[in-house]
Design a protein around this ligand. Sequence first.
Ligand SMILES: [Zn+2]
Ligand SMILES: [Zn+2]
Length: 226
Amino acid sequence: MRSRLVDLVLPPRCGGCRRVGSWLCGDCRSHIRRLEEPLCRRCGAEVESARSDCGCRSRLRSLTRLRSAAAYEGPLEAALQRFKYYGWRRLAGPLALLMAERMVVEGVAAPWAVAVPLHSSRLRQRGFNQSELLVREIRRLLSLSTPPGMLVRTRATPPQVGHDRRWRLDNVRDAFEWRGAALGGRSMLLIDDVATTGATLEACAAALRAGGSGSVMGVSVARVNV
Ligand SMILES: [Zn+2]
Ligand SMILES: [Zn+2]
C-alpha cells in the first residue's frame, strides 16, 4: 500500500489504467459505462421496462431513492479497487465528480450529505474510510454544510460479498446509529463507493430516519448488477 507521503510526491497516475498524467484519464473516462434507462425509479437498477419500482420497495423501506454514477466494470472497477484497497486517496476527487454529475442529471439534492461509516476496527485496518473521502468532495463540489452529527457503525459485520439479498439485509440491520442533533425532517444524501442490493444503505437510512431525517437518497459511484 502506498503511503500518504508517496501519494503526495508522485505525479498523478490514472486509477483505471495507471497511465501517468491524471487521476482518471480521458480514455478511461470515455469507457466508463453510465447506467442505461430504463432504471427502477426507486433503487436505480437497470430494468427491462420503466416501472415505479422493480420490486425493491418491500426491502428498501427507509431508503427513498438510490442512484449510481455508472456500472461497476472496466476502468471504473479498477479505479475503485485502487482507491479502496491500495490507498489511492486522490481518486476521491474524480470519483466524487462522477457522482455529482449524476446527481445533477437526476435532480438529487439535499442540505446534508453523510458517508456510510466503517466500524472502528475496519477503519484502523484500512487507515481511512473511502466513503468519507468521497463525501468530503461531494460537500465541497455542492457547497453543502457539515451535518450536525455523525452516522456511526455500532457493530462490526462480516462483508456482504457473496451473499443473497435477505442475508445482506439481516447482516447489517441495526448496525448503524445517528449521533447528533435531531435532523428535523430534512432530507439527507447518503454516500457510498459501491452499491449492490442497497442493503447497507437501507440500514443506514433507517438509522438516519430514527435520527429524525426526512427522505434519504443513496448515491454511489458504481453499481454492481445483481
Ligand atoms: Zn486511464
Ligand atoms: Zn428497484
